[in-house]
Design a protein around this ligand. Sequence first.
Ligand SMILES: *Cc1c(COP(=O)(O)O)cnc(C)c1O
Length: 393
Amino acid sequence: MSNDGPSPDVAPETLAITAGREASGSSLAPALWASSTWESEGLEDAHRRATSVRHGDFYSRYSNPTVRSFEQAMAKLEGAEESLAFASGMGAVASTVFALCSTGSHIVAQRQLYAGTLAFLQGPCRRMGIDTTFVDVATPGAFAAAVEPGRTMLVLAESPSNPRLELADLDELGSIRGPFTVVDSTFSTPLGQQPLAHGVDIALHSATKGIAGHNDATLGVISGEADLLAEIWAYSVLHGATPSPFDALNALRGIRTLGVRTRQQNESARSIAITLADHPEVRAVHYPGLSEHPQHGLATKQLRQYGTVLSFEVADRDTAAAFLSRLCTARVATSLGGPETLVCHPATSTHASLTPAEQVATGVTDGLLRVSVGLEDCADLIADFEHALETPA
Ligand SMILES: *Cc1c(COP(=O)(O)O)cnc(C)c1O
């Protein structure tokens, strides 16, 4: 058979092309299975389908063949036994936390988190008696020191983090015993890092971002050992953050070009970071690929690619507003990982739900701007940024 898959020692860029084809027969593109239900042969057969773990031909909230193809591709890219998809990145976060925690459970999480994850931990989780200790991601040993043996169920990290691109030490997380360790790896994509190879239990992504990569799908995914994912799956069919097969199709299509897309976006991000770092209007640039980044050594150790997102600081909110209003090629929008270069002002958009004290603690200053570098010509992007930084006469 031609779709047996390559030997595991091929490059991840090759796996992105070859993976997730098990269910497609000789078709090179996956089929879109829109069906919500499958016919059984009778009582015994229906019983078997209803009581199997992740049975493919039963009911779409339990499993769907198009979603399964996406999950199989993700498992290959993460070097995992299994992957499990959700309706969104937040669906992945909420389902994983509620599957593994109960009232009285404790979570250790980093302070510098995606604002939705932070709001989820501080709102619904706290209301249900699940408390979180927040630690500083860049302080060595901080996660392990906050673990309370017997009570901490989950250690949750996000690396690189939003919006200042700080890194969690994946080896350190992977060596924590007791609680399950989860890394939100959205900002790196599976081509940038593989948390499971460092001993982490679950790699989590908002596939809405770089994986689907075209701003046309909303999807989340986790990867890890099959037994652990079966447990989370059993909860997830009740939680109901069920992925759409159409979005899984778009995400699988996105995976096919992940290698070339991230390569160009990484090169442009690095050039833009270098240009901005030299610009008199720019106070600071946050990008792990710059040698002045405080964690550049760790970045070089654990990232295959430094990433497609950077952030930088201008003097204040008015300067940031003027910059956004003068951009022509780049778009003012949240999200990341798509073909269009997107710029946002975290303090008033992605992190608007944080209190001023929380914004200070997470480094979301008034002059901070986040850039998701797209696929436009890099010289055009640099010209656009330089023009937008000029003080109007
Ligand atoms: C976008 C994002 C999420 C949430 O994903 P959705 O698909 O929007 O639900 C979680 N974590 C990170 C790091 C993100 O960028």
